[in-house]
Write a protein that binds this ligand. Structure first.
Ligand code: SF4
Ligand code: SF4
Length: 74
């Protein structure tokens, strides 16, 4: 079960790859099938169920592309 999810503002992403290397569960990659408004290959999540909501990706991103939502236990 995912502990949270990330929201990616894809058009702000510059495809720098920094966040991809920060994710401890390796679920981030650049989406090579598309380009965003700026012409960059944007970030995508390849397996959202594995997200542990650690926010490492959001902290490293120089352009504040990523927002992390942590799910609250019922
Ligand atoms: S919040 Fe953590 S686990 Fe989730 S995508 Fe970002 S770095 Fe990976
Ligand atoms: S660190 Fe930010 S700008 Fe760089 S690839 Fe990740 S989301 Fe895009």
């Amino acid at each position: 079960m995912a502990k949270g999810r990330i929201i990616i503002d894809q058009d702000k992403c510059k495809g720098c790859d920094l966040c991809v290397h920060q994710c401890p569960v390796h679920i981030l990659e650049l989406d090579t099938s598309t380009t965003n408004q700026k012409g960059y290959t944007p970030l995508m999540v390849n397996d959202p169920e594995k997200c542990i909501a650690c926010a490492f990706c959001a902290m490293i991103c120089p352009d504040s592309v990523i927002t992390v939502e942590r799910f609250v236990k019922e």
